[in-house]
Design a protein around this ligand. Structure first.
Ligand SMILES: [Zn+2]
Length: 342
Protein backbone atom coordinates (compact mmCIF):
# COMPACT_ATOMS: atom_id res chain seq x y z
CA UNK A 1 0.00 0.00 0.00
CA UNK A 2 1.31 3.42 -0.87
CA UNK A 3 0.29 5.29 2.26
CA UNK A 4 1.32 5.52 5.84
CA UNK A 5 -0.92 7.69 7.98
CA UNK A 6 0.42 9.32 11.06
CA UNK A 7 -2.48 11.62 11.72
CA UNK A 8 -6.12 12.06 10.82
CA UNK A 9 -5.34 15.01 8.51
CA UNK A 10 -3.08 12.80 6.36
CA UNK A 11 -5.85 10.23 6.27
CA UNK A 12 -8.37 12.82 5.15
CA UNK A 13 -5.98 14.11 2.48
CA UNK A 14 -5.58 10.63 1.03
CA UNK A 15 -9.25 9.69 1.00
CA UNK A 16 -10.27 13.05 -0.36
CA UNK A 17 -13.37 12.00 -2.32
CA UNK A 18 -15.80 9.16 -2.94
CA UNK A 19 -14.02 8.05 -6.10
CA UNK A 20 -10.75 7.38 -4.25
CA UNK A 21 -12.58 5.39 -1.57
CA UNK A 22 -14.41 3.25 -4.13
CA UNK A 23 -11.23 2.57 -6.06
CA UNK A 24 -9.41 1.67 -2.85
CA UNK A 25 -12.14 -0.77 -1.87
CA UNK A 26 -12.27 -2.29 -5.36
CA UNK A 27 -8.55 -2.96 -5.13
CA UNK A 28 -8.95 -4.58 -1.75
CA UNK A 29 -11.89 -6.71 -2.75
CA UNK A 30 -11.23 -7.60 -6.36
CA UNK A 31 -7.60 -6.60 -6.98
CA UNK A 32 -8.86 -4.36 -9.77
CA UNK A 33 -11.02 -6.77 -11.82
CA UNK A 34 -14.64 -6.76 -10.60
CA UNK A 35 -16.33 -10.02 -9.64
CA UNK A 36 -20.13 -10.11 -9.58
CA UNK A 37 -21.20 -10.29 -5.90
CA UNK A 38 -24.53 -11.85 -6.89
CA UNK A 39 -23.39 -14.88 -8.91
CA UNK A 40 -19.61 -14.80 -8.48
CA UNK A 41 -18.94 -14.49 -12.21
CA UNK A 42 -15.45 -13.26 -13.11
CA UNK A 43 -16.53 -12.27 -16.62
CA UNK A 44 -15.85 -8.57 -17.17
CA UNK A 45 -19.08 -6.72 -16.28
CA UNK A 46 -20.63 -3.84 -18.22
CA UNK A 47 -19.78 -0.43 -16.90
CA UNK A 48 -22.84 1.62 -16.07
CA UNK A 49 -22.79 5.37 -16.21
CA UNK A 50 -24.41 6.67 -13.06
CA UNK A 51 -25.97 10.10 -12.94
CA UNK A 52 -26.15 13.09 -10.64
CA UNK A 53 -24.27 12.82 -7.40
CA UNK A 54 -23.41 9.19 -8.13
CA UNK A 55 -21.60 9.96 -11.39
CA UNK A 56 -18.15 9.44 -9.90
CA UNK A 57 -19.06 6.08 -8.42
CA UNK A 58 -17.93 3.07 -10.45
CA UNK A 59 -21.10 1.03 -11.13
CA UNK A 60 -21.46 -2.24 -13.04
CA UNK A 61 -23.95 -4.70 -14.41
CA UNK A 62 -23.20 -8.41 -14.53
CA UNK A 63 -22.53 -9.61 -18.07
CA UNK A 64 -23.81 -13.12 -17.35
CA UNK A 65 -27.17 -13.49 -19.08
CA UNK A 66 -28.76 -15.43 -16.25
CA UNK A 67 -27.72 -12.83 -13.66
CA UNK A 68 -27.73 -9.40 -15.33
CA UNK A 69 -27.88 -7.59 -11.97
CA UNK A 70 -26.39 -4.19 -11.18
CA UNK A 71 -23.73 -3.87 -8.50
CA UNK A 72 -21.00 -1.70 -7.01
CA UNK A 73 -18.20 -2.65 -4.66
CA UNK A 74 -20.59 -1.99 -1.77
CA UNK A 75 -22.98 -4.76 -2.76
CA UNK A 76 -23.01 -7.69 -0.32
CA UNK A 77 -20.74 -5.97 2.15
CA UNK A 78 -21.19 -4.10 5.41
CA UNK A 79 -21.57 -0.89 3.40
CA UNK A 80 -24.58 -2.15 1.45
CA UNK A 81 -27.85 -0.29 1.76
CA UNK A 82 -26.31 2.60 3.64
CA UNK A 83 -26.79 6.15 2.45
CA UNK A 84 -23.69 7.28 4.30
CA UNK A 85 -20.77 8.12 2.03
CA UNK A 86 -17.92 5.66 1.91
CA UNK A 87 -15.56 8.40 3.02
CA UNK A 88 -17.42 8.71 6.30
CA UNK A 89 -17.38 4.94 6.75
CA UNK A 90 -13.61 4.90 6.27
CA UNK A 91 -13.24 7.70 8.74
CA UNK A 92 -15.30 5.72 11.26
CA UNK A 93 -13.07 2.66 10.73
CA UNK A 94 -10.06 4.87 11.33
CA UNK A 95 -11.54 6.43 14.46
CA UNK A 96 -12.46 3.05 15.95
CA UNK A 97 -8.87 1.92 15.37
CA UNK A 98 -7.08 4.90 16.88
CA UNK A 99 -9.27 5.13 19.97
CA UNK A 100 -8.02 3.20 22.99
CA UNK A 101 -11.36 2.58 24.65
CA UNK A 102 -13.72 2.76 21.71
CA UNK A 103 -15.79 5.68 20.52
CA UNK A 104 -19.38 6.35 21.52
CA UNK A 105 -22.04 6.95 18.90
CA UNK A 106 -22.56 10.52 20.15
CA UNK A 107 -18.89 11.30 19.62
CA UNK A 108 -18.65 9.49 16.30
CA UNK A 109 -21.72 11.36 15.07
CA UNK A 110 -20.07 14.75 15.55
CA UNK A 111 -16.73 13.59 14.13
CA UNK A 112 -18.05 12.25 10.84
CA UNK A 113 -21.15 14.43 10.57
CA UNK A 114 -24.07 12.02 10.76
CA UNK A 115 -26.96 11.61 13.21
CA UNK A 116 -26.38 9.75 16.48
CA UNK A 117 -28.67 6.94 15.35
CA UNK A 118 -26.70 6.48 12.14
CA UNK A 119 -23.42 6.56 14.08
CA UNK A 120 -24.74 3.90 16.45
CA UNK A 121 -25.62 1.71 13.49
CA UNK A 122 -22.23 2.28 11.82
CA UNK A 123 -20.47 1.44 15.08
CA UNK A 124 -22.33 -1.85 15.41
CA UNK A 125 -21.75 -2.86 11.81
CA UNK A 126 -18.06 -2.15 12.22
CA UNK A 127 -17.99 -4.28 15.36
CA UNK A 128 -19.53 -7.13 13.39
CA UNK A 129 -16.76 -6.64 10.85
CA UNK A 130 -14.05 -6.80 13.50
CA UNK A 131 -15.21 -10.22 14.73
CA UNK A 132 -12.51 -12.83 14.31
CA UNK A 133 -13.35 -15.28 11.54
CA UNK A 134 -11.93 -18.83 11.45
CA UNK A 135 -10.31 -18.63 14.88
CA UNK A 136 -7.41 -21.00 15.53
CA UNK A 137 -6.89 -22.92 18.77
CA UNK A 138 -4.85 -21.08 21.39
CA UNK A 139 -1.76 -22.84 22.63
CA UNK A 140 1.26 -22.50 24.97
CA UNK A 141 0.34 -20.85 28.26
CA UNK A 142 -3.34 -19.90 28.27
CA UNK A 143 -5.09 -17.85 30.96
CA UNK A 144 -8.81 -18.34 31.55
CA UNK A 145 -10.91 -16.06 33.73
CA UNK A 146 -14.48 -14.86 34.06
CA UNK A 147 -15.99 -11.53 35.00
CA UNK A 148 -19.39 -9.89 35.27
CA UNK A 149 -20.46 -6.88 33.25
CA UNK A 150 -23.68 -4.94 33.43
CA UNK A 151 -26.09 -2.85 35.40
CA UNK A 152 -26.77 -2.96 39.11
CA UNK A 153 -30.40 -3.00 40.12
CA UNK A 154 -29.93 -0.09 42.53
CA UNK A 155 -28.90 2.19 39.64
CA UNK A 156 -32.11 1.65 37.71
CA UNK A 157 -35.13 3.92 37.77
CA UNK A 158 -37.89 3.38 40.34
CA UNK A 159 -40.34 2.29 37.66
CA UNK A 160 -38.02 -0.36 36.21
CA UNK A 161 -37.14 -1.66 39.69
CA UNK A 162 -40.82 -1.97 40.64
CA UNK A 163 -41.59 -3.85 37.41
CA UNK A 164 -38.69 -6.24 38.01
CA UNK A 165 -39.83 -6.97 41.56
CA UNK A 166 -43.31 -7.75 40.23
CA UNK A 167 -41.81 -10.19 37.74
CA UNK A 168 -39.84 -11.98 40.45
CA UNK A 169 -42.91 -12.14 42.72
CA UNK A 170 -44.87 -13.80 39.97
CA UNK A 171 -42.17 -16.41 39.50
CA UNK A 172 -41.53 -17.09 43.19
CA UNK A 173 -44.62 -16.01 45.17
CA UNK A 174 -43.32 -17.35 48.51
CA UNK A 175 -39.84 -15.92 48.46
CA UNK A 176 -38.53 -12.44 49.21
CA UNK A 177 -36.07 -11.53 46.43
CA UNK A 178 -32.46 -10.99 47.52
CA UNK A 179 -31.07 -7.47 46.90
CA UNK A 180 -28.51 -8.66 44.35
CA UNK A 181 -30.77 -11.23 42.73
CA UNK A 182 -32.09 -8.67 40.29
CA UNK A 183 -28.76 -7.38 39.02
CA UNK A 184 -28.67 -7.89 35.28
CA UNK A 185 -25.00 -8.66 35.11
CA UNK A 186 -23.82 -10.84 32.29
CA UNK A 187 -21.03 -13.34 32.92
CA UNK A 188 -18.21 -12.99 30.40
CA UNK A 189 -15.51 -15.58 29.79
CA UNK A 190 -12.03 -14.53 28.65
CA UNK A 191 -9.37 -16.86 27.21
CA UNK A 192 -5.94 -15.36 26.59
CA UNK A 193 -2.80 -16.90 25.16
CA UNK A 194 0.28 -15.44 26.85
CA UNK A 195 1.86 -13.05 24.28
CA UNK A 196 -0.91 -13.99 21.87
CA UNK A 197 -4.58 -13.53 21.12
CA UNK A 198 -7.60 -13.13 23.34
CA UNK A 199 -11.16 -14.46 22.94
CA UNK A 200 -13.98 -12.92 24.89
CA UNK A 201 -17.43 -14.54 25.07
CA UNK A 202 -20.47 -13.37 27.03
CA UNK A 203 -22.42 -16.31 28.44
CA UNK A 204 -26.16 -16.75 28.86
CA UNK A 205 -25.60 -18.02 32.40
CA UNK A 206 -22.50 -18.93 34.42
CA UNK A 207 -22.79 -22.64 33.78
CA UNK A 208 -20.05 -25.25 33.96
CA UNK A 209 -21.07 -26.80 30.63
CA UNK A 210 -20.76 -23.52 28.74
CA UNK A 211 -17.39 -22.77 30.37
CA UNK A 212 -15.91 -26.15 29.49
CA UNK A 213 -17.40 -26.08 26.00
CA UNK A 214 -15.75 -22.70 25.29
CA UNK A 215 -12.46 -23.92 26.73
CA UNK A 216 -12.47 -27.00 24.50
CA UNK A 217 -13.46 -24.97 21.45
CA UNK A 218 -10.72 -22.38 21.93
CA UNK A 219 -7.75 -24.06 23.59
CA UNK A 220 -5.52 -26.69 22.05
CA UNK A 221 -5.23 -29.92 24.12
CA UNK A 222 -1.44 -29.48 24.39
CA UNK A 223 -1.74 -26.12 26.17
CA UNK A 224 -1.09 -25.27 29.81
CA UNK A 225 -4.28 -23.74 31.21
CA UNK A 226 -4.15 -21.31 34.15
CA UNK A 227 -7.40 -20.48 35.97
CA UNK A 228 -8.61 -19.35 39.38
CA UNK A 229 -9.95 -21.86 41.89
CA UNK A 230 -13.52 -21.95 40.53
CA UNK A 231 -15.09 -25.40 40.97
CA UNK A 232 -16.26 -25.52 37.35
CA UNK A 233 -12.66 -25.62 36.09
CA UNK A 234 -11.76 -28.77 38.06
CA UNK A 235 -11.85 -31.18 35.11
CA UNK A 236 -9.63 -29.25 32.70
CA UNK A 237 -6.65 -31.51 33.46
CA UNK A 238 -8.56 -34.39 31.85
CA UNK A 239 -8.84 -32.65 28.49
CA UNK A 240 -5.66 -30.55 28.44
CA UNK A 241 -1.96 -31.18 29.00
CA UNK A 242 -1.64 -29.24 32.23
CA UNK A 243 -3.97 -27.29 34.47
CA UNK A 244 -2.69 -24.91 37.11
CA UNK A 245 -5.08 -23.05 39.36
CA UNK A 246 -4.21 -20.00 41.37
CA UNK A 247 -6.48 -19.90 44.38
CA UNK A 248 -7.54 -16.27 44.81
CA UNK A 249 -9.62 -17.15 47.86
CA UNK A 250 -6.43 -18.07 49.75
CA UNK A 251 -4.84 -14.77 48.69
CA UNK A 252 -2.73 -16.60 46.16
CA UNK A 253 -2.30 -14.57 42.95
CA UNK A 254 0.96 -15.76 41.43
CA UNK A 255 2.47 -19.26 41.41
CA UNK A 256 5.89 -18.77 39.79
CA UNK A 257 5.17 -18.14 36.11
CA UNK A 258 1.52 -19.08 36.54
CA UNK A 259 -0.98 -16.26 37.03
CA UNK A 260 -4.02 -14.68 35.38
CA UNK A 261 -2.73 -11.12 35.52
CA UNK A 262 -2.85 -10.52 31.75
CA UNK A 263 -6.50 -11.37 31.43
CA UNK A 264 -7.30 -9.34 34.52
CA UNK A 265 -5.53 -6.39 32.88
CA UNK A 266 -7.79 -6.86 29.88
CA UNK A 267 -10.91 -6.87 32.08
CA UNK A 268 -9.96 -3.52 33.51
CA UNK A 269 -9.55 -2.03 30.00
CA UNK A 270 -12.90 -3.49 28.94
CA UNK A 271 -14.74 -2.28 32.03
CA UNK A 272 -13.21 1.16 31.99
CA UNK A 273 -14.05 1.37 28.30
CA UNK A 274 -17.65 0.34 28.81
CA UNK A 275 -18.19 2.64 31.78
CA UNK A 276 -16.15 5.58 30.48
CA UNK A 277 -17.11 5.58 26.82
CA UNK A 278 -20.39 3.80 26.41
CA UNK A 279 -21.88 4.23 29.92
CA UNK A 280 -24.52 1.57 29.36
CA UNK A 281 -24.27 -1.56 27.25
CA UNK A 282 -27.36 -3.70 26.90
CA UNK A 283 -26.84 -7.46 27.31
CA UNK A 284 -28.07 -8.18 23.78
CA UNK A 285 -25.23 -6.11 22.26
CA UNK A 286 -22.52 -6.98 24.79
CA UNK A 287 -20.86 -9.58 22.54
CA UNK A 288 -20.17 -6.92 19.91
CA UNK A 289 -18.46 -4.63 22.41
CA UNK A 290 -16.42 -7.61 23.59
CA UNK A 291 -15.42 -8.34 19.99
CA UNK A 292 -14.38 -4.73 19.49
CA UNK A 293 -12.15 -4.70 22.57
CA UNK A 294 -10.71 -8.12 21.74
CA UNK A 295 -9.92 -6.90 18.24
CA UNK A 296 -8.10 -3.86 19.59
CA UNK A 297 -6.15 -6.02 22.03
CA UNK A 298 -5.22 -8.58 19.38
CA UNK A 299 -3.94 -5.92 17.01
CA UNK A 300 -2.24 -3.76 19.63
CA UNK A 301 1.22 -4.09 18.07
CA UNK A 302 0.16 -3.18 14.53
CA UNK A 303 0.89 0.25 13.07
CA UNK A 304 -2.02 2.62 12.59
CA UNK A 305 -2.08 2.02 8.85
CA UNK A 306 -1.75 -1.73 9.37
CA UNK A 307 -4.74 -1.72 11.70
CA UNK A 308 -6.81 0.27 9.25
CA UNK A 309 -6.03 -2.10 6.39
CA UNK A 310 -6.52 -5.18 8.53
CA UNK A 311 -9.96 -4.06 9.69
CA UNK A 312 -11.05 -3.13 6.17
CA UNK A 313 -10.18 -6.58 4.86
CA UNK A 314 -13.17 -8.18 6.52
CA UNK A 315 -15.90 -5.97 5.09
CA UNK A 316 -16.84 -8.67 2.61
CA UNK A 317 -20.22 -10.36 3.12
CA UNK A 318 -20.73 -9.22 6.69
CA UNK A 319 -24.18 -7.72 6.78
CA UNK A 320 -26.10 -6.57 9.75
CA UNK A 321 -29.40 -4.84 9.17
CA UNK A 322 -30.95 -2.29 11.47
CA UNK A 323 -33.76 -4.71 12.16
CA UNK A 324 -31.34 -7.44 13.20
CA UNK A 325 -29.81 -5.00 15.65
CA UNK A 326 -33.09 -3.86 17.16
CA UNK A 327 -35.43 -6.84 16.95
CA UNK A 328 -37.63 -6.06 19.93
CA UNK A 329 -37.58 -2.27 19.73
CA UNK A 330 -38.78 -1.88 16.24
CA UNK A 331 -41.93 -3.93 16.23
CA UNK A 332 -43.92 -2.29 19.09
CA UNK A 333 -43.04 1.10 17.68
CA UNK A 334 -44.34 0.15 14.27
CA UNK A 335 -47.48 -1.35 15.73
CA UNK A 336 -48.18 1.85 17.65
CA UNK A 337 -47.87 3.91 14.52
CA UNK A 338 -50.07 1.50 12.61
CA UNK A 339 -52.80 1.71 15.26
CA UNK A 340 -52.64 5.49 15.23
CA UNK A 341 -53.21 5.76 11.50
CA UNK A 342 -56.11 3.32 11.57
ZN1 LIG B 1 -23.76 -11.92 -11.75
Amino acid sequence: MDFDFKAICEFNDYFKDEKTCYEFLENQRWSGSPVCPHCGSMKAPYKVKARGKFQDIPSYRCSERACDLPFTVRTNSIYEGSKVELRKWFQAVYEINISKKGISSVELATRIGVSQKTAWFINHRLRAMLTETNPELLTGMVEVDETYIGGKEKNKSKKVRAANIEKIKELHPNRKPHANALDTKTPVLGILQRDGLIRVTPMVAPSKEILLDQINKNISPDATVVTDGLQAYRNISKTHKEHVFVNHNNDEWVKGQFHTNNIEGFWSILKRGIIGTFHVVSPQHLHRYCDEFAYRYNNRQQSLTGKFEESLKQFDSVRLTYRELTPDQREPHRKARYNKTK
